[in-house]
Design a protein around this ligand. Structure first.
Ligand SMILES: Cc1cc2nc3c(=O)[nH]c(=O)nc-3n(C[C@H](O)[C@H](O)[C@H](O)COP(=O)(O)OP(=O)(O)OC[C@H]3O[C@@H](n4cnc5c(N)ncnc54)[C@H](O)[C@@H]3O)c2cc1C
Length: 455
């Protein structure tokens, strides 16, 4: 017996959950299948020994779409906002220096040399044209600004967002507004100002947010709303296209297999899974999807007694230039940003190791990673004692890399999709890895599906 569903979403990370939720809200009886017993993908909040840990993303930038989603789900009053204007630091010559994030701060900063400041002025007053070929973030920063800016600010920032390698990330895919700014205005600064002015509605200052019980509150609320429409521990195993245009899928469930057919199929799975399943439909899907690389990341949370931390921890945390020789990419001071993350009198710091520039790091044992992070952050934060708590999570495929050629890979994927009306893709490898970007893209795909079904 084959069960027919009007829409089937595969993959219950934030992308799939939001897509299925939006479809159901618009009156379409969508079903969501998730391979693991727990929905949420890399969003995972865990309470242990009085510490509230984020095993994946630590927080997210508040966006209008996430606020609306939270209001619809009745969890707005659970949202927490990090203190505005908290400093973000960069580790320079063993000392934490505030990252200069505004033009005046940039020109006044002692961590930026005269040549780099002059290069920024040259950008504001001059005109440049981006090369025709895809350009790496590193090549872009060296061409427009300076090697110092790449080492001290852009490289660390790229680690913070993509855990990426600036020598390999594509500027036009990973940071499209920079490319658009230069293309349209011949200057990054003038172009960015023009883009900001052209945006409709009140200007939003990005705010860092989470929920009182962690990021997973959003996942739990979406899963609760979906109810029996969410099938966990269910994997798509086989897929084919019928003569009438419907997709026939075989699902592997804990109690056996099930056949399902649908006219609207949305894949919200990582690229390796999406590629291997869709290649059953057409071999052309395999190469562009499987050639999107992912960076491995270890997330190391350490808890200290407050009295053992010499630094005030007043801030967001710090990023570490690769030239420092340290293996820690950066550290988030969770307990400085949000209440309720630790038992009384403790501090919680989460550091990241690995990424595209140090793939071997995540092969170490969890206890070695915890020791490495403590050893490296201790002198920076004047620790007087060992941590009283540690937790290490290794994500072998943490974040998709928008490397050189990413745009061509996405065009090839879109071309293959166009041959299969009723097939859609959503997920963090398409329009940005941030939770906010995933939410926006999933909502847009749900709207496309709705329009197609009501046409
Ligand atoms: C360590 C780390 C730190 C991050 N930090 C931040 C941050 O601070 N701020 C921010 O905004 N973003 C951050 N991100 C990025 C963001 O969290 C992710 O990009 C986003 O959550 C990805 O969601 P997704 O649904 O697209 O993919 P995923 O979360 O990967 O979900 C894919 C889902 O598909 C399921 N699946 C796989 N195979 C099958 C199958 N065969 N059948 C059915 N289901 C299947 C998986 O089990 C999974 O649940 C971070 C990510 C990581 C890993």
């Amino acid at each position: 017996m084959t069960r027919h569903v009007p829409a089937l979403v595969v993959g219950g990370g934030i992308s799939g959950l939001v897509c299925a939720y939006a479809l159901r809200k618009s009156g379409i009886d969508a079903q969501l299948v998730e391979a693991s017993p727990r929905p949420g993908g890399v969003i995972n909040s865990v309470s242990r020994d009085g510490f509230l840990l984020e095993l994946g993303p630590q927080s997210f930038s508040g966006t209008a779409a996430i606020r609306k989603l939270s209001a619809d789900l009745g969890i707005s009053n659970e949202l927490l906002q990090a203190p505005p204007h908290v400093p973000r630091y960069v580790l320079i010559d063993g000392k934490l220096q505030p990252a200069p994030l505004s033009p005046p701060a940039f020109f006044l900063s002692s961590m930026i040399n005269g040549a780099t400041k002059w290069a920024l002025l040259r950008d504001i007053l001059g005109k440049s044209i981006p090369p025709d070929a895809d350009e790496s973030v590193a090549a872009f920063v060296r061409r427009k600004f300076s090697p110092q800016l790449l080492d001290r600010l852009v490289g660390p920032f790229v680690s913070g967002v993509y855990a990426g390698d600036p020598e390999r990330l594509s500027v036009r895919s990973a940071f499209p507004t920079l490319y658009e700014a230069e293309t349209a205005s011949g200057s990054i600064v003038r172009g960015m100002m023009r883009i900001a002015k052209s945006k409709k509605g009140p200007r939003e200052r990005p705010t860092l947010q989470t929920f009182r019980a962690g990021n997973e509150t959003l996942v739990r609320a979406l899963a609760k709303n979906l109810g029996p429409a969410l099938l966990t521990e269910t994997k798509v195993h086989g897929i084919s296209r019928q003569n009438d245009g419907t997709f026939a899928l075989s699902l592997e469930k804990p109690d056996g297999t099930e056949s399902v057919s649908t006219k609207s199929l949305i894949f919200a799975t990582p690229t390796d899974i999406t590629g291997s399943l869709l290649s059953q439909l057409d071999a052309s899907f395999a190469s562009p999807l499987s050639s999107i690389e992912y960076a491995a990341v270890a997330v190391v949370s350490l808890g200290y007694r407050q009295q053992d931390v010499g630094h005030s921890l007043n801030g967001f945390g710090f990023l570490v230039p690769r030239s420092s020789g340290l293996r820690v990419l950066g550290s988030v001071w969770n307990s400085s940003l949000f209440p309720g993350r630790t038992p009384e009198g403790h501090a919680l710091l989460t550091s990241f190791v690995g990424g595209a520039t140090d793939p071997a790091a995540t092969k170490s044992k969890p206890e070695e990673l915890a020791a490495l992070v403590h050893r490296e952050i201790s002198p920076v934060l004047s620790m007087k004692s060992d941590p009283v708590f540690s937790n290490v999570t290794i994500w072998p495929r943490a974040l998709p890399q928008y490397n050189l050629g990413h745009g061509d890979r996405l065009s090839a994927i879109a071309k293959s999709c166009a041959r299969f009306p009723g097939l859609w893709l959503t997920g963090n490898y398409l329009q940005g890895p941030a939770i906010g970007s995933c939410v926006e893209q999933a909502l847009a795909i749900a709207e496309e599906v709705r329009r197609k079904l009501s046409a």
